[in-house]
Design a protein around this ligand. Structure first.
Ligand code: ADP
Ligand code: ADP
Ligand code: ZN
Length: 223
């Protein structure tokens, strides 16, 4: 069973790799950013609260995102594994996640840390385009859709996120360094952390991740 956390700064490719892992292992991809953006679009109370933080590149309060994940993980579809993208982002969130999983007799099996230099991150985020309908990520140069402005998967219209502008990108990177990097040590100490160099083709990185996941198949089949 794969209960995976994808960790790394904004723009490293967590969503891109998460979508491929979802398709390969048939387990749900839980993207906190996607959940929050949908709430903003729908104008729900959650969306209204989250928007002010997201526009500034700051983190939405821990209790809010922990509540969302707690509900989502109860879904029947998470019983055979899941991929968390963009959660946890603080130590408090990681501790809350551990308690949530413990209650259900589960635990995280892999934390994949994607690593990319900052200038490359800025290039990736500046050219990112997303599908309005299914959330698939594209890049104007590195991963363009077959037809300009249209999603390959579903034909949906592509758009640029409000927070993918240079100023907010800088703020998000600072937040990552101050609030999320402590998770690297946290998961390293638990022996769960696997570092993956994120500078390669999308396919090349995917192969590295699946190799890590599948090498660890020390299930009862291989005592
Ligand atoms: P990226 O893909 O660039 O890493 P996300 O789509 O994951 O960005 O997140 C977008 C925004 O949503 C963040 O800047 C933050 O405001 C909010 N957000 C996402 N995940 C969390 C989280 N775990 N805790 C708090 N805020 C979050
Ligand atoms: P995250 O979820 O970590 O914020 P995304 O998966 O949305 O990151 O990727 C950020 C941008 O970089 C997207 O435009 C995506 O198409 C592009 N991208 C993803 N992986 C690669 C890669 N290996 N090489 C070049 N560009 C990439
Ligand atoms: Zn789409």
């Amino acid at each position: 069973m794969y209960n995976i956390i994808l960790l790394g700064p904004p723009g490293v490719g967590k969503g891109t790799q998460g979508a491929r892992l979802r398709d390969r292992y048939h387990i749900p991809l839980i993207s906190m950013g996607d959940i929050l953006r949908e709430a903003v679009r729908e104008g729900t109370p959650l969306g209204k609260e989250a928007k002010s933080y997201m526009d500034k590149g700051e983190l939405v309060p821990d209790d809010v995102v922990v509540g969302i994940v707690g509900e989502r993980l109860k879904g029947e579809d998470c019983s055979r594994g899941f991929i968390l993208d963009g959660f946890p982002r603080t130590i408090a969130q990681a501790e809350a996640l551990e308690r949530l999983l413990e209650k259900e007799g589960k635990e995280i099996t892999h934390v994949i840390l994607l690593d990319v230099p900052e200038d490359e991150i800025i290039r990736r985020l500046s050219g990112r385009r997303l599908c309005k309908v299914c959330g698939a990520a594209y890049h104007l140069v590195f991963n363009p859709p077959k037809e300009e402005g249209r999603c390959d998967r579903c034909g949906g219209e592509l758009y640029q996120r409000d927070d993918d502008n240079e100023e907010t990108i800088k703020a998000r990177l600072e937040v990552y360094h101050s609030q999320t990097t402590p998770l690297v040590e946290y998961y390293e100490k638990k022996g769960l952390l696997r570092r993956v160099d994120g500078v390669d083709t999308i396919e090349g990185i995917f192969e590295r991740i699946t190799r890590i996941l599948e090498e660890g198949n020390n299930s009862p089949k291989n005592p």
